[in-house]
Design a protein. Structure first.
Lengths: 297, 604
């Protein structure tokens, strides 16, 4: 296997990266390019099945995932997504199909209607896993041209990146994002709520509950002395950055803090330009923070 | 023997002794800096100078290098001696104004400041701010005693200094830390000799809360109470040097050349009492063991609360202050579908003991998070009641998590235990200063290997299976092998002692009998039918079948056969049979069961 194929992946952006979280998609592609990781977008991809649908019509949701997996199988490469939701749903479908023969044959029938088949050979991976474990420390340290020294970062993993499988990191005390932030020269702060719930979809269905959960995270990040929160999930990003006014009102305290994707932080350290970072898409003053805190070379 | 006078006192000592040692033997104190029992006399610091009168001539000599002689008159505190010592102290103080040892020494001679300036020279590559007095103890220890040779003197006169060869990092250094531990001024900065810093050796018995030396007494109540040498950390086994302990041992009891021995014994009975190990709380990341300073395992707290432990029995947090509140989390690793499904039996009661000790020693609030209180033994329930009366809080519900993420001002700086109170139907957040994890009992390390060696059956993981839970609780399926203590299953001390006594009695009864009574049900092999295929030999779990090379058939050794019938089922030719348990009998039993008249009865 030569190096070109070793670092080539099938890319599954997921729906939120097409709209609300466009900045995540842009910065993911930017960082991948800078690190020499080739991302080939999966052709004709569809909804992963999404957390909400899985809870209501599991089998139908798995068929949606299986269609993506069947498409991805044609390239014989790892399927990489930056979205923790897609990551979990695709993995779950993959695992259940491998373990449950009846489910496998039912999904197989559904796929056959569309003239497709899935053998079960695709490995689903999160972009954070690819960056930390495939690109690795040397490549990342070597590529970082701007020093993030002195930038204090609260690494927020969300619930889905290590749960329920715990394969790329510890379920309750994940470390990979902290490691990555350290490689970039920034200081991760001790942050105990790193893998706690951001409120998820509760933010819209039970706003009080959702805002309280988000509020705890933002509040602790501020109290830990962090300058910003870094996320690796579009839903977490949305919840943490978009509702800071309402959350502050519920908490009775100011909860405002800049929130950005880990890919944006990486891209900034790599010296990428705005067209590969999309910092201006952010709802929090991320660009101002980085300009103020990070010395440009 | 030689007789001399020291400060007017007649002293008798052996020839070859130094004046310093003779004086110390007579309880006359002479100050020293460069002297050490493990090093040969050197006489570089001169602080031990004394005035010696011999054959009418008086002179000043360093007492650490001067051997005693008949009729010698020694004055250790004459005006002249004291004047010179004061001067020396002043010179040392000029060189090392920040060193505690030097300041204390100078204070003995009422010297608090020096008239001299700190000498200016090129600093040594390995000596820090404390300053070096060139006593050479580090060099002598490293080169002569330990035989490593990472340090040496360099330069002459005022330029003399201790350093590594060429002032470069010395890769022969073995990071033993001897140089920095012997240095009287604490001047050596170890990381400048070689990139590593000496690591202290964690004391296993104290759960790593204190440290030990490579030679140590395993624990205060050890039997026999003699020191042992840890081959992996003792420098003698790395450099072939040192042996300081051997030189210092008056009884000459230390032998570095001693080797491990394998002893083979022929015995009539074996009592297996291999004990247990504790569940490693690190596996349960949510409770923060290893992440938070004041989350302790049960055994760590046991040491802290023990009078001979690292804190002398005081219940203290890592920062040395007593806790205001403590949470004890029960069932860590026990009764847990993901780890050990069984109850470890001892944790409820030791948790109660801890709670009682904390109340008694600190008056801190104690919160127990428990699933069920299992106070099953004699006097145990009464103890539980007593704790309720002492004001210990009991919250029924397994703790979910220990976090430092405070949500209110009163939680700031505390560890917060989150758990469901199943009696109140509420989620509780209890801020505490210390958390004790009541870790459960696991089969000992190597239990599986021993089971294979002794053909023992196991239950609940690798706990050994007794022959019968009620009728033969200390016997095993292999005759002559008995079980005692927690190797058979989690149990507390009274139960383990009782079982130990029973196992000993069982072993004695077997040995003293002179005869062995066998069960009547054993296998036999019909010589006429046996084809000599040896399948039975491979299948026998008790190694009770041997092969007769002359007749080319298998033969059962009756004394070893337990009548399990494995060979009978395995034998392809039907040659293996079980006495008193023949196929005919089993067929009759099956027919009896399937008979129309008995069937309805069975159905009910």
């Amino acid at each position: 296997m030569n190096t070109a194929t070793a670092h080539t992946y099938t890319y599954y952006p997921g729906c939120s990266q097409m709209a609300t979280n466009k900045a995540y998609d842009i910065s993911t592609r930017g960082v991948a390019h800078a690190l020499g990781l080739e991302l080939n977008e999966l052709e004709d991809w569809n909804c992963c099945g999404a957390t909400a649908y899985v809870a209501i019509r599991e089998k139908q949701a798995f068929v949606l995932s299986a269609r993506n997996l069947a498409l991805a199988e044609r390239s014989e490469r790892d399927l990489v997504t930056p979205c923790s939701g897609c990551y979990v749903v695709l993995r779950k479908a993959n695992k259940y199909m491998a373990e449950n023969e009846r489910l496998r044959s039912e999904i197989g029938q559904a796929l056959a209607k569309g003239g497709m088949a899935y053998r079960g050979s695709v490995r689903v991976r999160h972009f954070l896993d690819v960056v930390v474990n495939d690109a690795g420390e040397d490549a990342i340290r070597g590529r970082a041209t701007r020093s993030l020294a002195g930038l204090r970062v609260a690494c927020y993993y969300g619930c889905q990146i290590s749960r329920p499988f715990g394969e790329i990191d510890d379920e309750e005390n994940p470390q990979s994002l902290d490691q990555l932030v350290q490689w970039l020269g920034a200081d991760p702060v001790p942050f105990s709520l790193r893998a706690k719930c951001c409120g998820g979809l509760m933010m819209t269905t039970q706003p009080e509950v959702g805002r309280t959960l988000t509020g705890k995270i933002l509040q602790l990040a501020r109290e830990s002395g962090a300058d910003c929160v870094v996320t690796c999930c579009p839903l977490c990003q949305m919840n943490l950055e978009a509702y800071q006014h309402q959350v502050s009102a519920v908490m009775g305290r100011d909860c405002a803090i800049p929130v950005l994707y880990f890919t944006q932080l990486m891209g900034y350290a790599f010296g990428l330009e705005e067209d590969a970072l999309a910092l201006r898409d952010s709802l929090t003053p991320v660009e101002a923070l980085l300009t103020e805190k990070v010395a440009c070379p | 023997m030689i007789t001399l006078t020291i400060d007017g006192k007649t002293v008798r000592t052996e020839s070859g002794t130094t004046v310093l040692n003779a004086a110390r033997g007579a309880a006359i104190e002479i100050p020293t800096l460069c002297h050490h029992e493990s090093l040969p006399p050197y006489g570089s610091c001169r602080i031990c100078l004394v005035e010696v009168t011999q054959r009418g001539r008086t002179r000043l000599v360093s007492s650490c290098t001067l051997p005693v002689a008949e009729g010698m008159e020694v004055n250790t505190k004459s005006e002249k001696v004291m004047r010179i010592r004061r001067m020396l102290a002043e010179l040392f103080l000029a060189r090392c104004p920040d060193s505690k040892v030097i300041r204390e020494l100078a204070a003995q001679f009422n010297v608090t400041k020096s008239r001299f300036r700190k000498p200016v020279g090129e600093p040594s590559s390995i000596v820090g701010e404390e300053g070096c007095i060139l006593c050479g103890m580090c060099v002598r220890l490293c080169d002569d005693v330990l035989k490593i040779g990472a340090l040496s003197f360099e330069g002459r006169g005022g330029g003399r200094r201790v350093t590594t060869p060429f002032g470069e990092p010395s890769d022969v250094c073995m990071t033993c830390g001897a140089c920095s531990s012997i240095c009287p001024t604490g001047a050596i900065e170890h990381h400048r000799i070689w990139e590593h810093v000496p690591q202290r050796i964690p004391f296993e018995f104290e759960e790593g809360l204190t440290h030990r030396k490579p030679i140590y007494i395993p624990f205060a109540q050890a039997v026999p109470r003699v020191p042992v040498i840890d081959k992996h950390t003792c420098m003698h086994f790395k450099t072939n040097g040192c042996k300081v302990c051997e030189d210092n041992c008056e009884a000459k009891a230390i032998r570095h050349a001693q080797e491990d021995e394998m002893v083979e014994l022929d015995v009539g009975a074996i009592v297996v009492a291999t004990g247990f190990q504790l569940f490693d709380a690190r596996q349960l990341v949510r409770y923060g063991y290893g992440r938070f300073d004041n989350v302790l395992s049960a055994l760590e707290f046991e040491r802290i609360s023990h009078a001979s432990g690292p804190t002398g029995g005081k219940v203290l947090k890592k920062d040395g202050t007593p806790p205001q509140s403590v949470a004890i989390l029960h069932c860590i690793g026990s009764r847990d579908e993901n780890y050990q499904k069984y109850c470890s039996r001892v944790c409820c009661m030791y948790s109660l003991k801890f709670a009682h000790l904390i109340r008694e020693k600190t008056h801190a609030d104690v919160y127990n998070f428990y699933i069920d209180m299992r106070a099953f033994g004699k006097g145990y329930e009464e103890f539980y009641k007593r704790l309720l009366a002492e004001g210990v809080y009991f919250i029924r519900g397994k703790a979910a998590e220990v976090t430092d993420a405070a949500e209110s001002p009163e939680e700031k700086g505390k560890l917060i235990v989150i758990g469901e109170d199943t009696l109140l139907g509420l989620t509780r957040r209890i801020p505490v200063d210390m958390v004790i994890l009541s870790t459960g009992i696991k089969p000992a390390q190597g239990a599986e290997e021993l089971a294979r060696l002794l053909s023992l059956s196991c239950t609940q993981g690798q706990f050994y299976l007794e022959k019968h839970p009620k009728l033969a609780p200390v016997d095993t399926a292999s005759d002559g092998i008995f079980l005692a203590g927690a190797c058979q299953g989690p149990k507390d001390i009274p139960d383990a002692v009782a079982q130990g006594a029973a196992a000993a009695a069982g072993a004695l009864a077997l040995i003293d009998g002179g005869k062995v009574v066998l069960e009547p049900i054993t296998s036999e092999i019909d010589e006429k039918l046996c084809a000599g295929c040896k399948i039975c030999i491979a299948s026998c779990p008790y190694v009770a079948i041997e092969f007769d090379e002359e007749k080319k058939i298998s033969r059962v050794i009756e004394e070893l056969c337990k009548g399990c019938g494995t060979c009978v089922a395995a034998c392809p030719s039907g040659a293996a049979r079980q006495r008193n348990f023949e196929d005919v009998q089993i067929y009759a039993e099956i027919e009896g069961i399937l008979h129309p008249e008995t069937e309805p009865v069975l159905r009910e």
